[in-house]
Design a protein around this ligand. Structure first.
Ligand code: ZN
Length: 166
């Protein structure tokens, strides 16, 4: 059976000199404030994956209240979520990911993020799309108060969608 899921995440900018985005370290004039490393793209992706398999949301799996996840590497969280997907006998069809914010510019890092996300999901880079947009200087992302991300994923059985009928 094909499974679809979507995710959304936001984190606020704070002190720091880099952010983590899609598991890639990007130099920036601010950091992101979060219980974990604040990787909005991987958090949106995790929520999309969990949504697709009907397994709730990232907050249920990695509660803010638990010290275990303090400063957590979101790539490791993603690998854990991916193991839940694999346990259901599914693999990635494709993932379409969107970063929403004015800075940092995603373009120069797009291929690195694509390759990193593909690696985390045991997929080929062609199965991952990374988009970036601004909100035309409006709203909290426009004022550079924080960064947002959206994710949509399609999961399929091994062999592709045609195997779903069998
Ligand atoms: Zn988050």
């Amino acid at each position: 059976m094909l499974k679809i899921g979507q995710g959304f995440d936001v984190h606020r900018f704070g002190p720091g000199d880099h952010i983590m985005l899609g598991g890639v370290r990007l130099p920036h004039s601010a950091g992101l404030v979060a219980h974990s490393d604040g990787d909005v793209l991987l958090h949106a992706l995790c929520d999309a994956l969990l949504g697709a398999i009907g397994a709730g949301d990232i907050g249920q799996h990695f509660p803010d209240s638990e010290a275990e996840w303090s400063g957590a590497d979101s790539a490791a969280l993603t690998e854990h979520v991916w193991s839940l997907v694999r346990a259901q006998g599914l693999q990635l069809g494709n993932a379409d990911l969107t970063v929403i914010g004015e800075r940092p510019r995603v373009g120069p890092h797009r291929e690195a993020i694509r390759a990193r996300v593909a690696g985390l999901l045991q997929a080929r880079p062609e199965q991952i799309n990374i988009k970036a947009t601004t909100t035309e200087a409006m709203g909290f992302t426009g004022r550079r108060e924080g960064l947002a991300a959206m994710a949509v994923v399609l999961l399929q059985p091994p062999g592709g969608p045609s195997a779903a009928a069998g």
